[in-house]
Write a protein that binds this ligand. Structure first.
Ligand code: PMV
Length: 329
């Protein structure tokens, strides 16, 4: 009996959130906190999951009703991914899945997409179906859209390719800008944001005033295209200024919160080169770009604000196989 373990990283949006949903580019970096998924075939025709981090123990579903009924939030991405996988690559017998995470789902680091990507990679290895990054992306994006209905797939691309990437949906462009860590500090507001709700709010705003919101997206795209080059050149002072400008445009979209604002201003006051919210807004995390000699100062200041900082390293490696073990039965 073979056991396979794969892992995928979480992510942080650097530039271009919201606009990316409408076909504009964004820049996202993978973080060194990972989700691990272990799979093993089972003789029973069932899909079973153990995810102690998510308080799921012995979730078991017969394969003939897979993907139907009320699926708990904690296993829905895995279950939908398996449905999609079996549609494309039919198998006999069941599967046992277990997951473990380096980070809490509440930070908005993209645990759902990371778990989906790690699972898809583990499945393809277990069944001996090699999948290229683009095929892995198509499978995972489909599964995530089945669950969420919305999303640009930037988080899936980040979990697959890793590094810091320039992305246009649906993986139409994926360009690695750097695999070196960026001088970034991450502040956590302590408030869990609901990405799908905020994406819908922006959509409503766009429907109400198409031209105004599209102009904001165009301005965001310009920033993203400049940032792409400046990140490659490691001109951090310019990247910091671009982050501040991106934040102003996000404020115009109405996705900022008082907590995010407090942390962003505190970072800037303590010599950050730039600071902005990261992701949908409405809570979760902000990011501050620093120089190596001011990183501690910014970190110390943010540690005193809202829920403090989360230590991470950026440009982490993308999805990878961790273990492939043949067990004697
Ligand atoms: O809230 P997060 O970190 O999942 O980021 C959402 C980013 C959006 O652009 C608002 C949505 C998306 O799917 O791209």
């Amino acid at each position: 009996m073979k056991t396979v373990q794969a892992s995928a990283p979480g992510k942080l949006m650097l530039f271009g959130e919201h606009a990316v949903v409408y076909g504009h580019p964004c820049i996202v970096t993978a973080v060194d906190q990972r989700v691990y998924v272990t799979v093993q075939k089972s003789e029973n025709a069932t899909f079973s999951v153990d995810a102690p981090d998510l308080k799921v123990e012995s979730y078991v579903k017969p394969l003939n009703i897979l993907g139907t009924g009320d699926i708990p939030k904690s296993v829905v991405f895995l279950e939908r991914c398996y449905v999609r996988f079996l549609e494309k690559y039919p198998q006999t017998g069941g599967i046992q899945v277990s997951t473990k995470s380096d980070f809490s789902a509440k930070f908005g680091f993209g645990s759902s997409s990371a778990v989906t990507v790690a699972f898809a990679k583990a499945l393809s290895t277990l069944y001996g179906i090699p999948l290229e990054n683009k095929q892995l992306f198509a499978l995972c994006y489909q599964a995530v859209l089945d669950v969420q209905g919305v999303g640009s797939g930037f988080d899936i691309a980040s979990a697959i390719w890793g590094g810091t990437i320039y992305y246009v949906k649906p993986a139409k462009i994926v360009e690695i800008l750097t695999e070196k860590p960026l001088p970034l500090v991450v502040g956590y507001t302590g408030i869990k944001a609901d990405t799908a709700t905020i994406v819908k709010q922006v959509e409503m705003k766009k429907n109400a005033d198409e031209e105004h919101v599209e102009n904001i997206f165009q301005d965001i795209e310009k920033l993203v295209d400049i940032a792409r080059k400046e990140i490659e050149q490691e001109r951090w002072d310019i990247v910091g200024t671009l982050m501040n400008e991106n934040e102003e445009l996000l404020e115009k979209l109405g996705v900022n919160t008082p907590e995010l604002d407090l942390m962003i201003h505190s970072a800037r006051k303590h010599a950050a080169l730039g600071a902005k919210l990261s992701g949908a807004g409405g809570g979760d995390c902000m990011i501050a770009l620093t120089q190596s000699n001011t990183k501690k100062k910014v970190d110390d200041a943010l540690m005193q604000t809202c829920a403090g900082t989360i230590p991470i390293t950026t440009s982490a490696p993308g999805v990878r196989l961790e273990k492939e073990v043949e067990l004697r039965t």
